[in-house]
Design a protein around this ligand. Structure first.
Ligand SMILES: C[S@@+](CC[C@H](N)C(=O)[O-])C[C@H]1O[C@@H](n2cnc3c(N)ncnc32)[C@H](O)[C@@H]1O
Length: 275
């Protein structure tokens, strides 16, 4: 996805994204940091930080002597993150609105670059990730969190036809190649990280399910990437999408959100330049 489109989509989705922060994005961000393990004094680049789900716990971990730079295209999410950082007294955490691939960092090279649910939005998965890796110091760590193989599938199966009924042109875009497909199993994620030149690679599987009330399911759908397809539809059309989506969910018998995730971690070699 082009960075400006990603920013516009998540800005539009920001109110509903916020309602899933406490029960989904933040705990999964905490788990990312439980694997990436920032240490006191370290410099961390949180790419595609959104409202700070993983940047905030990283800032707690590095403490006042460290620095966490959260970067995202969606200014409305960054504002939510700034409010959390302020409430939690995290002066070491800054949020910047920018494309993560072109951002000029004040703290590069980093001890740790982490990216939760963001790499698959980069316009080119491999070259974009290599750009993120180029921000690491020799020996630095890269942590990446992605959805597991079955995660989100029931939601998408109910949501995509409902959206396509009002936005026929979106059908092709939504059914096109899934950019996260090369990452969605532990073996694939490990192989991808190794192919990027990372060493001592590990993949942690996280089981994360949530009870899914239909009202919450709709908020989740419009609080994430599919929101982009609804921008520009009038309110009657959006209501028809909602009704079809909920009917599809009921027909499927979906009462659980599968947010199982994979957290990959790898280290840059100490002697070789970054890939
Ligand atoms: C699913 S959200 C995840 C946000 C956060 N990491 C979390 O776990 O809550 C994906 C985020 O990636 C951001 N994004 C996508 N492409 C981007 C780019 N090229 N530069 C900056 N941010 C980008 C979007 O704006 C969005 O906030």
């Amino acid at each position: 996805m082009e960075p400006t489109a990603a920013g516009a989509t998540f800005n539009a989705a920001a109110p509903e994204f916020a309602r899933w922060y406490a029960r989904l994005w933040r705990p999964l961000g905490e788990l990312t940091v439980a694997v990436s393990r920032p240490r006191p004094g370290e410099r961390v680049f949180d790419a595609c930080c959104g409202s700070g789900a993983s940047a905030v716990p990283a800032a707690h971990a590095v403490g006042p002597s460290g620095a966490v730079d959260g970067v995202d295209m969606a200014g409305a999410l960054l504002d939510q993150g700034r409010a959390v950082a302020s409430a939690e007294g995290l002066a070491q955490l800054t949020f910047t609105e920018s494309d993560v691939l072109t951002w000029e960092s004040p703290h590069s090279p980093y001890d740790l670059v982490q990216c939760a649910y963001g790499v698959f939005f980069l316009p080119d998965l491999n070259s974009g990730t290599k750009t993120l890796l180029s921000r690491l110091r020799p020996g630095g760590r890269f942590a990446v969190t992605v959805w597991g193989n079955e995660a989100m599938r029931s939601l998408l199966a109910a949501g995509m036809p409902a959206i396509a009924s009002e936005r026929p042109a979106a059908r092709t875009a939504m059914s096109g190649n899934d950019p996260s497909a090369p990452l969605r199993t532990p073996a694939k994620l490990r192989a991808w990280l190794e192919q990027l030149g990372l060493e001592r690679v590990s993949v942690t599987e996280v089981g994360f399910r949530q009870p899914l009330h239909p009202d919450d399911a709709w908020e989740f759908l419009i609080g994430a990437a599919l929101r982009g397809y609804l921008v520009g539809l009038d309110s009657a059309a959006v209501e028809r999408v909602r009704e079809r989506f909920l009917a599809n969910l009921a027909e499927q018998g979906t009462v659980t959100l599968d947010a199982d995730s994979l957290i990959g971690l790898g280290h840059l070699g100490t002697t070789r330049p970054s890939p």
